[in-house]
Design a protein around this ligand. Structure first.
Ligand code: GAR
Length: 209
């Protein structure tokens, strides 16, 4: 089976992106990162890409007079790099519906909680962990899901629990959750590489080896 051709979308430091690169280097993930796209010119993920000579592209709405041109630029970038799977790794913007349509069941996101709890608008980064602690949850976790038109609501591909410990702050919980993110994302991408992910009637099934 051919390696996946990934586009990684990231807005921030890019630790999930780095974990994906590490998994590729270690032979645990059959993929190549063809391009990194960010809305944020300062994103650490862009620096990581440049250090590895991976094309790093800034695309954000503000750069374009028309929304259409913004969407076309994103689509053209994905086409140019012959991307087969779009991987959101700490991307803090909504993906245009045109991209979701073109890459149906081929856009993945990682969320630092157990969806459908603690998802939706405003639920990103530390806000998620603050809300989990405010609720007194004993368990949080990680969700990898396919992206559809509704924010944080696409079909779930993988989930893993992470315990909430006595005395946790949003920072300590985030750090524990992040470790699990770094494992589960590459593992889930490998399921796609092996052609084992099926989507039927809005639900994901994983074929046995
Ligand atoms: C990760 O914890 C990711 O789950 C979260 O942003 C962080 C990015 O970290 N994403 C969301 O909250 C999306 N709703 P990273 O830049 O180090 O990968």
């Amino acid at each position: 089976m051919d390696p996946l051709k990934l586009a990684v979308f990231a807005s921030g430091r890019g630790s999930n992106f780095l974990a994906i690169l590490d998994a590729i280097d270690a032979g645990r993930l059959s993929a190549e990162v063809e391009v990194v796209i960010s809305n944020n010119p300062q994103a650490g993920a862009l620096d990581i890409a440049r250090e590895r000579s991976i094309p790093a592209v800034v695309i954000n709405k503000k750069m374009f007079a028309q929304r259409e041109a913004f969407v076309q630029s994103m689509l053209a970038t994905l086409k140019k790099h012959e991307v087969t799977l779009v991987v959101l790794a700490g991307y803090m913007k909504k993906i245009p519906p045109e991209i979701i349509l073109q890459y149906k069941n081929r856009v993945l996101n990682i969320h630092p909680a157990l969806l459908p709890s603690f998802g939706g608008k405003g639920m990103y980064g530390h806000h998620v962990h603050e809300a989990v602690l405010a609720q007194g949850c004993r368990i949080s976790g990680v969700t990898v899901h396919l992206v559809d038109e509704v924010y944080d609501r696409g079909p779930i591909v993988a989930q893993r629990c992470v315990s909430v410990e006595e005395g946790d702050t949003p920072g300590t919980l985030a750090a524990r959750v992040l470790k699990t993110e770094h494992q589960i994302y590459a593992e889930t991408l490998q399921l796609f590489a092996e052609g084992r992910v099926e989507v039927k009637e809005g639900k994901v099934g994983i074929k046995r080896k």
